[in-house]
Ligand binder design. Structure first.
Ligand code: DSN
Length: 430
Protein backbone atom coordinates (compact mmCIF):
# COMPACT_ATOMS: atom_id res chain seq x y z
CA UNK A 1 0.00 0.00 0.00
CA UNK A 2 2.85 2.39 -0.78
CA UNK A 3 1.23 3.92 -3.85
CA UNK A 4 0.53 7.61 -3.74
CA UNK A 5 -3.07 6.71 -4.57
CA UNK A 6 -3.63 4.94 -1.25
CA UNK A 7 -2.14 7.83 0.66
CA UNK A 8 -4.59 10.13 -1.08
CA UNK A 9 -7.45 7.75 -0.32
CA UNK A 10 -6.49 7.86 3.37
CA UNK A 11 -6.56 11.66 3.25
CA UNK A 12 -9.98 11.69 1.65
CA UNK A 13 -11.19 9.14 4.21
CA UNK A 14 -10.13 11.51 6.97
CA UNK A 15 -11.92 14.41 5.28
CA UNK A 16 -15.10 12.34 5.09
CA UNK A 17 -14.78 11.37 8.77
CA UNK A 18 -14.09 14.72 10.38
CA UNK A 19 -16.27 16.91 8.21
CA UNK A 20 -19.98 17.26 7.71
CA UNK A 21 -20.92 16.11 4.20
CA UNK A 22 -24.00 18.06 3.29
CA UNK A 23 -24.09 17.99 -0.50
CA UNK A 24 -27.61 16.59 -0.96
CA UNK A 25 -26.63 14.33 -3.86
CA UNK A 26 -23.94 12.56 -1.82
CA UNK A 27 -24.10 9.72 0.66
CA UNK A 28 -22.01 7.05 2.39
CA UNK A 29 -22.31 3.50 1.04
CA UNK A 30 -22.09 0.41 3.22
CA UNK A 31 -18.98 -1.74 3.40
CA UNK A 32 -20.83 -4.46 1.46
CA UNK A 33 -21.48 -2.04 -1.40
CA UNK A 34 -17.78 -1.12 -1.34
CA UNK A 35 -16.78 -4.77 -1.34
CA UNK A 36 -18.87 -5.54 -4.41
CA UNK A 37 -17.60 -2.41 -6.14
CA UNK A 38 -14.00 -3.37 -5.47
CA UNK A 39 -14.47 -6.96 -6.61
CA UNK A 40 -12.98 -9.00 -9.44
CA UNK A 41 -16.15 -8.43 -11.44
CA UNK A 42 -14.34 -5.43 -12.91
CA UNK A 43 -12.23 -7.89 -14.93
CA UNK A 44 -15.02 -9.08 -17.20
CA UNK A 45 -16.35 -7.82 -20.52
CA UNK A 46 -20.07 -8.44 -21.08
CA UNK A 47 -21.34 -6.30 -23.97
CA UNK A 48 -24.96 -7.03 -24.57
CA UNK A 49 -27.66 -8.09 -22.15
CA UNK A 50 -28.30 -11.23 -20.05
CA UNK A 51 -28.23 -14.34 -22.27
CA UNK A 52 -27.44 -12.21 -25.33
CA UNK A 53 -23.78 -11.23 -24.96
CA UNK A 54 -21.05 -10.60 -27.50
CA UNK A 55 -18.44 -12.36 -25.32
CA UNK A 56 -18.23 -15.78 -23.71
CA UNK A 57 -17.80 -16.48 -20.03
CA UNK A 58 -20.83 -14.54 -18.90
CA UNK A 59 -22.80 -17.26 -17.15
CA UNK A 60 -22.28 -15.72 -13.71
CA UNK A 61 -22.59 -12.13 -14.93
CA UNK A 62 -25.96 -13.00 -16.51
CA UNK A 63 -27.23 -14.25 -13.16
CA UNK A 64 -25.95 -11.16 -11.43
CA UNK A 65 -27.51 -8.72 -13.87
CA UNK A 66 -30.86 -10.53 -13.86
CA UNK A 67 -30.78 -10.51 -10.06
CA UNK A 68 -30.15 -6.75 -10.01
CA UNK A 69 -32.95 -6.15 -12.54
CA UNK A 70 -35.39 -8.23 -10.49
CA UNK A 71 -34.51 -6.41 -7.30
CA UNK A 72 -35.06 -3.04 -9.00
CA UNK A 73 -38.45 -4.10 -10.36
CA UNK A 74 -39.49 -5.44 -6.96
CA UNK A 75 -38.38 -2.29 -5.15
CA UNK A 76 -39.93 0.22 -7.54
CA UNK A 77 -42.88 -1.79 -8.88
CA UNK A 78 -41.80 -1.54 -12.51
CA UNK A 79 -41.93 -3.89 -15.49
CA UNK A 80 -38.37 -3.72 -16.86
CA UNK A 81 -35.19 -2.49 -15.26
CA UNK A 82 -31.93 -1.65 -17.00
CA UNK A 83 -28.99 -1.46 -14.64
CA UNK A 84 -26.17 -0.85 -17.11
CA UNK A 85 -26.13 2.97 -17.51
CA UNK A 86 -22.75 4.17 -16.30
CA UNK A 87 -24.31 7.11 -14.48
CA UNK A 88 -27.21 9.56 -14.52
CA UNK A 89 -26.34 11.59 -17.61
CA UNK A 90 -25.82 8.55 -19.86
CA UNK A 91 -29.06 7.05 -18.49
CA UNK A 92 -30.91 10.22 -19.46
CA UNK A 93 -29.25 10.27 -22.88
CA UNK A 94 -30.24 6.64 -23.47
CA UNK A 95 -33.82 7.25 -22.32
CA UNK A 96 -34.06 10.24 -24.66
CA UNK A 97 -32.59 8.25 -27.57
CA UNK A 98 -35.08 5.46 -26.95
CA UNK A 99 -38.14 7.67 -27.38
CA UNK A 100 -36.98 10.62 -29.51
CA UNK A 101 -35.36 11.18 -32.88
CA UNK A 102 -32.70 13.88 -33.17
CA UNK A 103 -34.40 17.25 -33.55
CA UNK A 104 -37.50 16.27 -31.56
CA UNK A 105 -38.70 18.62 -28.84
CA UNK A 106 -37.81 17.71 -25.25
CA UNK A 107 -39.05 19.67 -22.25
CA UNK A 108 -37.56 19.87 -18.80
CA UNK A 109 -37.22 22.12 -15.79
CA UNK A 110 -34.70 24.92 -16.42
CA UNK A 111 -31.32 24.49 -14.75
CA UNK A 112 -31.75 27.82 -12.99
CA UNK A 113 -35.07 26.59 -11.58
CA UNK A 114 -33.52 23.42 -10.14
CA UNK A 115 -33.58 21.17 -13.22
CA UNK A 116 -30.75 19.02 -14.57
CA UNK A 117 -28.32 19.62 -17.43
CA UNK A 118 -29.65 16.61 -19.32
CA UNK A 119 -33.24 17.90 -19.26
CA UNK A 120 -32.58 20.51 -21.93
CA UNK A 121 -29.83 22.83 -20.70
CA UNK A 122 -27.54 24.77 -23.01
CA UNK A 123 -24.41 22.87 -24.09
CA UNK A 124 -25.88 19.53 -22.97
CA UNK A 125 -26.64 16.77 -25.52
CA UNK A 126 -30.25 17.45 -24.68
CA UNK A 127 -30.17 20.83 -26.39
CA UNK A 128 -27.46 20.05 -28.95
CA UNK A 129 -29.21 17.07 -30.55
CA UNK A 130 -32.80 17.86 -29.54
CA UNK A 131 -34.89 21.00 -29.50
CA UNK A 132 -35.04 21.87 -25.83
CA UNK A 133 -37.79 23.87 -24.21
CA UNK A 134 -37.53 24.73 -20.51
CA UNK A 135 -40.29 25.36 -18.01
CA UNK A 136 -39.54 27.15 -14.76
CA UNK A 137 -40.63 27.64 -11.18
CA UNK A 138 -42.80 30.52 -10.02
CA UNK A 139 -42.24 33.12 -7.31
CA UNK A 140 -43.03 30.49 -4.68
CA UNK A 141 -40.13 28.41 -6.10
CA UNK A 142 -42.62 25.68 -7.08
CA UNK A 143 -43.07 24.31 -10.60
CA UNK A 144 -45.31 26.60 -12.64
CA UNK A 145 -47.69 24.07 -14.17
CA UNK A 146 -49.62 26.75 -16.06
CA UNK A 147 -46.46 27.72 -17.90
CA UNK A 148 -45.59 24.03 -18.42
CA UNK A 149 -48.99 23.40 -19.98
CA UNK A 150 -48.82 26.47 -22.24
CA UNK A 151 -45.32 25.55 -23.42
CA UNK A 152 -46.30 21.94 -24.00
CA UNK A 153 -49.32 22.93 -26.08
CA UNK A 154 -47.23 25.35 -28.10
CA UNK A 155 -44.15 23.17 -28.70
CA UNK A 156 -45.69 19.64 -28.68
CA UNK A 157 -42.77 17.89 -26.99
CA UNK A 158 -42.04 14.24 -27.66
CA UNK A 159 -40.70 13.89 -24.13
CA UNK A 160 -41.41 15.72 -20.88
CA UNK A 161 -38.99 15.34 -17.98
CA UNK A 162 -40.39 15.37 -14.46
CA UNK A 163 -37.25 15.64 -12.39
CA UNK A 164 -35.16 18.02 -10.34
CA UNK A 165 -31.77 18.46 -8.72
CA UNK A 166 -32.27 21.52 -6.55
CA UNK A 167 -35.92 21.47 -5.61
CA UNK A 168 -36.97 21.14 -1.97
CA UNK A 169 -40.63 20.22 -2.56
CA UNK A 170 -42.59 17.06 -3.34
CA UNK A 171 -43.59 16.49 -6.95
CA UNK A 172 -47.19 15.97 -8.03
CA UNK A 173 -46.76 13.51 -10.90
CA UNK A 174 -50.48 13.52 -11.72
CA UNK A 175 -50.17 17.13 -12.94
CA UNK A 176 -47.31 16.17 -15.28
CA UNK A 177 -49.36 13.20 -16.54
CA UNK A 178 -52.34 15.34 -17.42
CA UNK A 179 -50.17 17.66 -19.52
CA UNK A 180 -48.23 14.81 -21.15
CA UNK A 181 -51.54 13.21 -22.16
CA UNK A 182 -52.81 16.47 -23.63
CA UNK A 183 -49.88 16.57 -26.05
CA UNK A 184 -49.14 12.85 -26.41
CA UNK A 185 -45.65 13.13 -24.91
CA UNK A 186 -43.58 10.47 -23.20
CA UNK A 187 -43.40 11.31 -19.52
CA UNK A 188 -40.10 10.40 -17.92
CA UNK A 189 -39.44 10.89 -14.20
CA UNK A 190 -35.81 11.47 -13.27
CA UNK A 191 -35.92 10.51 -9.60
CA UNK A 192 -32.15 10.53 -9.06
CA UNK A 193 -32.31 12.75 -5.99
CA UNK A 194 -35.34 11.17 -4.38
CA UNK A 195 -35.26 7.47 -5.32
CA UNK A 196 -34.29 6.50 -1.77
CA UNK A 197 -37.13 8.59 -0.41
CA UNK A 198 -39.59 6.98 -2.82
CA UNK A 199 -38.66 3.41 -1.93
CA UNK A 200 -38.59 4.48 1.71
CA UNK A 201 -42.22 5.61 1.37
CA UNK A 202 -41.63 9.28 2.20
CA UNK A 203 -42.07 10.75 -1.27
CA UNK A 204 -44.87 9.89 -3.74
CA UNK A 205 -43.89 7.34 -6.35
CA UNK A 206 -44.19 8.29 -10.03
CA UNK A 207 -44.74 4.67 -11.15
CA UNK A 208 -48.50 5.02 -11.66
CA UNK A 209 -48.15 8.20 -13.68
CA UNK A 210 -45.05 8.05 -15.84
CA UNK A 211 -43.85 5.92 -18.75
CA UNK A 212 -40.17 5.68 -17.86
CA UNK A 213 -38.06 6.41 -14.82
CA UNK A 214 -34.37 7.18 -14.65
CA UNK A 215 -32.38 7.32 -11.46
CA UNK A 216 -28.83 7.43 -10.30
CA UNK A 217 -28.06 4.88 -7.63
CA UNK A 218 -25.64 6.86 -5.47
CA UNK A 219 -27.78 9.56 -3.92
CA UNK A 220 -30.55 8.90 -1.39
CA UNK A 221 -30.64 5.29 -2.64
CA UNK A 222 -27.18 4.88 -1.06
CA UNK A 223 -25.61 2.70 -3.70
CA UNK A 224 -22.51 3.01 -5.86
CA UNK A 225 -22.18 5.59 -8.62
CA UNK A 226 -24.38 4.25 -11.39
CA UNK A 227 -27.88 4.55 -12.80
CA UNK A 228 -30.95 2.66 -13.92
CA UNK A 229 -33.70 3.09 -16.47
CA UNK A 230 -37.05 1.63 -15.45
CA UNK A 231 -40.09 0.97 -17.63
CA UNK A 232 -43.54 1.14 -16.03
CA UNK A 233 -46.59 -0.86 -17.15
CA UNK A 234 -47.85 2.36 -18.66
CA UNK A 235 -44.63 2.81 -20.65
CA UNK A 236 -44.82 -0.75 -21.96
CA UNK A 237 -48.46 -0.24 -23.02
CA UNK A 238 -47.50 3.01 -24.78
CA UNK A 239 -44.89 1.14 -26.80
CA UNK A 240 -44.54 -2.66 -26.48
CA UNK A 241 -41.20 -2.32 -28.32
CA UNK A 242 -39.74 -0.02 -25.68
CA UNK A 243 -37.50 -2.68 -24.09
CA UNK A 244 -35.57 -3.23 -27.30
CA UNK A 245 -35.36 0.50 -27.96
CA UNK A 246 -33.78 1.17 -24.58
CA UNK A 247 -31.37 -1.74 -25.01
CA UNK A 248 -30.34 -0.42 -28.41
CA UNK A 249 -29.87 3.07 -27.00
CA UNK A 250 -27.58 1.76 -24.25
CA UNK A 251 -25.54 -0.49 -26.56
CA UNK A 252 -24.54 0.12 -29.34
CA UNK A 253 -26.13 3.59 -29.03
CA UNK A 254 -24.12 4.99 -26.19
CA UNK A 255 -22.08 2.54 -24.16
CA UNK A 256 -19.87 -0.50 -24.47
CA UNK A 257 -19.43 -3.19 -21.86
CA UNK A 258 -21.36 -2.80 -18.64
CA UNK A 259 -19.44 -2.23 -15.41
CA UNK A 260 -20.20 -5.54 -13.75
CA UNK A 261 -18.65 -4.54 -10.43
CA UNK A 262 -21.03 -1.57 -10.47
CA UNK A 263 -24.00 -3.83 -11.26
CA UNK A 264 -23.07 -6.02 -8.29
CA UNK A 265 -22.80 -3.03 -5.98
CA UNK A 266 -26.16 -1.72 -7.22
CA UNK A 267 -27.68 -5.12 -6.40
CA UNK A 268 -26.26 -4.97 -2.87
CA UNK A 269 -27.66 -1.47 -2.40
CA UNK A 270 -31.07 -2.60 -3.66
CA UNK A 271 -31.03 -5.52 -1.21
CA UNK A 272 -30.28 -3.02 1.55
CA UNK A 273 -33.06 -0.71 0.38
CA UNK A 274 -35.56 -3.57 0.65
CA UNK A 275 -34.89 -3.89 4.39
CA UNK A 276 -37.20 -2.21 6.95
CA UNK A 277 -34.20 -0.26 8.30
CA UNK A 278 -34.00 1.61 4.99
CA UNK A 279 -37.55 2.92 5.48
CA UNK A 280 -36.50 4.27 8.87
CA UNK A 281 -33.47 5.86 7.26
CA UNK A 282 -35.51 7.59 4.54
CA UNK A 283 -38.00 8.89 7.11
CA UNK A 284 -35.20 10.32 9.19
CA UNK A 285 -33.58 11.99 6.15
CA UNK A 286 -36.79 13.94 5.58
CA UNK A 287 -37.32 14.75 9.27
CA UNK A 288 -33.76 16.01 9.52
CA UNK A 289 -34.09 18.20 6.44
CA UNK A 290 -37.32 19.74 7.74
CA UNK A 291 -35.67 20.63 11.05
CA UNK A 292 -32.52 21.95 9.38
CA UNK A 293 -34.58 24.03 6.96
CA UNK A 294 -36.73 25.51 9.73
CA UNK A 295 -33.63 26.42 11.76
CA UNK A 296 -32.21 28.16 8.69
CA UNK A 297 -35.45 30.00 7.97
CA UNK A 298 -36.34 27.86 4.97
CA UNK A 299 -38.58 24.91 4.04
CA UNK A 300 -37.95 21.38 2.86
CA UNK A 301 -40.31 18.54 1.99
CA UNK A 302 -37.57 16.16 0.96
CA UNK A 303 -33.85 15.76 1.66
CA UNK A 304 -32.53 19.14 0.54
CA UNK A 305 -32.60 22.80 1.31
CA UNK A 306 -32.10 25.56 -1.19
CA UNK A 307 -31.03 28.61 0.74
CA UNK A 308 -30.88 32.13 -0.63
CA UNK A 309 -27.96 34.11 0.79
CA UNK A 310 -29.29 37.42 -0.51
CA UNK A 311 -29.73 38.69 3.04
CA UNK A 312 -25.93 38.40 3.49
CA UNK A 313 -25.05 40.50 0.47
CA UNK A 314 -24.63 40.43 -3.32
CA UNK A 315 -23.72 37.15 -5.07
CA UNK A 316 -22.83 35.30 -1.85
CA UNK A 317 -23.15 31.61 -2.86
CA UNK A 318 -19.46 31.11 -3.59
CA UNK A 319 -18.39 32.90 -0.43
CA UNK A 320 -20.85 30.80 1.59
CA UNK A 321 -19.44 27.58 0.11
CA UNK A 322 -15.85 28.61 0.79
CA UNK A 323 -16.54 29.75 4.36
CA UNK A 324 -18.47 26.58 5.21
CA UNK A 325 -15.74 24.43 3.69
CA UNK A 326 -13.15 26.22 5.81
CA UNK A 327 -15.25 25.29 8.83
CA UNK A 328 -15.57 21.63 7.79
CA UNK A 329 -19.04 21.71 6.26
CA UNK A 330 -19.29 20.65 2.61
CA UNK A 331 -22.20 22.09 0.62
CA UNK A 332 -22.45 23.54 -2.87
CA UNK A 333 -23.13 27.02 -4.17
CA UNK A 334 -26.31 27.09 -6.22
CA UNK A 335 -28.43 29.40 -8.29
CA UNK A 336 -31.73 30.42 -6.78
CA UNK A 337 -34.89 30.68 -8.89
CA UNK A 338 -34.75 33.88 -10.95
CA UNK A 339 -31.00 34.05 -10.14
CA UNK A 340 -30.23 37.77 -9.93
CA UNK A 341 -26.43 37.48 -10.30
CA UNK A 342 -24.87 34.67 -12.35
CA UNK A 343 -24.81 30.87 -12.64
CA UNK A 344 -21.05 30.98 -11.96
CA UNK A 345 -21.36 33.27 -8.96
CA UNK A 346 -24.83 32.36 -7.72
CA UNK A 347 -26.82 33.78 -4.85
CA UNK A 348 -27.59 30.63 -2.92
CA UNK A 349 -26.36 27.36 -1.50
CA UNK A 350 -27.78 23.83 -1.64
CA UNK A 351 -27.43 21.46 1.26
CA UNK A 352 -29.02 18.27 2.50
CA UNK A 353 -29.23 15.47 5.02
CA UNK A 354 -28.75 12.05 3.30
CA UNK A 355 -25.11 11.57 4.33
CA UNK A 356 -25.46 12.96 7.85
CA UNK A 357 -28.45 10.69 8.41
CA UNK A 358 -26.39 7.69 7.28
CA UNK A 359 -24.07 8.56 10.19
CA UNK A 360 -27.00 8.26 12.60
CA UNK A 361 -27.62 11.96 13.15
CA UNK A 362 -31.11 13.09 14.11
CA UNK A 363 -33.10 16.28 14.80
CA UNK A 364 -30.98 17.31 17.82
CA UNK A 365 -27.81 17.21 15.71
CA UNK A 366 -29.52 19.21 12.93
CA UNK A 367 -30.24 22.04 15.36
CA UNK A 368 -26.58 22.10 16.40
CA UNK A 369 -25.36 22.03 12.81
CA UNK A 370 -27.76 24.80 11.78
CA UNK A 371 -26.27 26.89 14.59
CA UNK A 372 -22.76 26.39 13.17
CA UNK A 373 -23.96 27.18 9.64
CA UNK A 374 -25.48 30.47 10.79
CA UNK A 375 -22.31 31.38 12.72
CA UNK A 376 -20.14 30.61 9.68
CA UNK A 377 -22.31 32.61 7.31
CA UNK A 378 -21.95 35.68 9.52
CA UNK A 379 -18.28 35.66 8.48
CA UNK A 380 -19.12 36.40 4.83
CA UNK A 381 -20.95 39.64 5.52
CA UNK A 382 -19.26 42.50 3.72
CA UNK A 383 -17.68 40.16 1.17
CA UNK A 384 -20.10 41.04 -1.63
CA UNK A 385 -19.19 39.88 -5.12
CA UNK A 386 -17.64 42.69 -7.22
CA UNK A 387 -20.06 43.99 -9.85
CA UNK A 388 -17.18 44.13 -12.36
CA UNK A 389 -16.83 40.71 -14.06
CA UNK A 390 -13.04 41.00 -14.47
CA UNK A 391 -12.46 41.35 -10.73
CA UNK A 392 -14.44 38.28 -9.72
CA UNK A 393 -11.85 35.51 -10.17
CA UNK A 394 -9.24 37.28 -8.08
CA UNK A 395 -11.85 38.22 -5.52
CA UNK A 396 -12.87 34.59 -5.00
CA UNK A 397 -9.24 33.57 -4.60
CA UNK A 398 -8.77 36.21 -1.93
CA UNK A 399 -11.95 35.08 -0.13
CA UNK A 400 -10.58 31.53 -0.02
CA UNK A 401 -7.34 32.70 1.59
CA UNK A 402 -9.23 34.92 4.03
CA UNK A 403 -11.61 32.18 5.07
CA UNK A 404 -8.80 29.67 5.59
CA UNK A 405 -7.11 32.11 7.95
CA UNK A 406 -10.28 33.19 9.73
CA UNK A 407 -9.81 32.31 13.45
CA UNK A 408 -13.55 31.90 14.09
CA UNK A 409 -13.84 29.37 11.26
CA UNK A 410 -10.73 27.55 12.47
CA UNK A 411 -12.31 27.22 15.90
CA UNK A 412 -15.60 25.94 14.45
CA UNK A 413 -13.65 23.51 12.28
CA UNK A 414 -12.10 22.00 15.40
CA UNK A 415 -15.46 21.77 17.15
CA UNK A 416 -16.98 20.09 14.09
CA UNK A 417 -14.10 17.61 13.77
CA UNK A 418 -14.60 16.58 17.39
CA UNK A 419 -18.37 16.36 16.95
CA UNK A 420 -18.33 14.51 13.61
CA UNK A 421 -15.77 11.94 14.78
CA UNK A 422 -18.34 10.61 17.26
CA UNK A 423 -20.64 9.46 14.45
CA UNK A 424 -19.54 6.33 12.58
CA UNK A 425 -19.24 6.52 8.83
CA UNK A 426 -20.68 3.48 7.01
CA UNK A 427 -18.04 1.88 4.86
CA UNK A 428 -15.24 3.38 6.94
CA UNK A 429 -16.08 2.59 10.56
CA UNK A 430 -18.35 -0.38 9.95
N1 DSN B 1 -24.46 16.34 -9.82
C1 DSN B 1 -25.78 15.97 -9.39
C2 DSN B 1 -26.23 16.78 -8.22
O1 DSN B 1 -25.38 17.19 -7.44
O2 DSN B 1 -27.42 17.01 -8.04
C3 DSN B 1 -26.74 16.03 -10.49
O3 DSN B 1 -26.25 15.33 -11.57
Amino acid sequence: MSSKVFKLIEKEKKRQLIGLEMIPSENYVSSDVLKALGSILTNKYSEGFPKARYYGGNEVIDKLEIYAQNLANKLFGTKYAFVQPYSGSPANFAATMAVCDPGDVVMGLALSSGGHLTHGANLSFSSIFYKAVNYTVGKDWKINFEELEDLAKKHKPKLIWAGTTAYPFKLDYSKFRKIADEVGAWLVADISHISGLIVGGVHPSPVKYVDLITTTTHKTLRGPRGAMILVTDRGYKKDPEIKGKIEKAIIPGLQGGPHNHQTAAIAVALEEALKPSFKRYAKQVVKNAAVLAAELGSKSENHLILLSLESYGYGMGYQGQVALEAAGITINKNTIPGEPVSPFYPSGIRLGTPALTSRGMKEKEMVKIAGWIKEVLEEIRGLDLPKEQELRKEFIKSVKVKMKKNPKLKKIRQEIAKFASKYPVPGIDS
